[in-house]
Design a protein around this ligand. Structure first.
Ligand code: FEO
Length: 173
């Protein structure tokens, strides 16, 4: 496997792994704060990110490269609010999108059209994930500090009227 491509994909593994940990920390915070619907959503999201990481690990190894499993960095334990969580989540997804665009760019420079094709799944996934995070954040901004609204928001997430993409890599709802 082309070394620049292998390096770029391994960097993306780090991103997906840190996404998974970050959302797991958010899920745990939500669970500890009685926000069970949000916790369920974020646990699923964390699983989904792990799947994104695994997909890269397998792709690299199947193509004769060597996937490097990164160390796990400790994410934050405390978050200010739900709005804070989803603001951070959106910012994080935007940085993941930038990173994926960087991998696609290396593919084009190296004329590796197979990996370029593989990465298109991530490109579409990012579109959906960013859109989902923006929708959720818009709802939270409307609700503001209204406790009844936050209760209903959390219940909606629990009943999956807004849901993260399944961990099998299917499209985000
Ligand atoms: Fe796998 Fe949400 O980026």
């Amino acid at each position: 496997m082309n070394k620049r491509i292998e390096e770029a994909l391994n960097q993306q593994i780090i991103k997906e792994s840190s996404s998974s940990q970050f959302y797991l920390a958010m899920a745990s915070w939500a669970e500890n704060n009685g926000l069970n619907g949000t916790a369920k959503f974020l646990y699923q999201h964390s699983d989904e990110e792990r799947f994104h990481m695994l997909k890269l690990v397998k792709f690299i190894n199947e193509r004769g490269g060597r996937a490097v499993i990164p160390a796990v960095a400790k994410p934050a334990v405390e978050f200010e609010s739900l709005e804070n969580i989803f603001t951070l989540l959106l910012q994080h997804e935007m940085s993941v999108t930038e990173s994926i665009n960087g991998v696609v760019d290396v593919c084009l420079q190296e004329k590796d059209y197979t990996t370029h094709n593989f990465m298109q799944w991530y490109v579409s996934e990012q579109l959906e994930e960013e859109a989902l995070a923006r929708t959720i954040l818009d709802k939270l901004k409307l609700i503001g500090s209204d406790k009844g609204g936050l209760y209903l928001f959390d219940r909606d997430l629990e009943n999956s009227s807004i849901s993260a993409a399944p961990a099998n890599g299917g499209p985000a709802a």
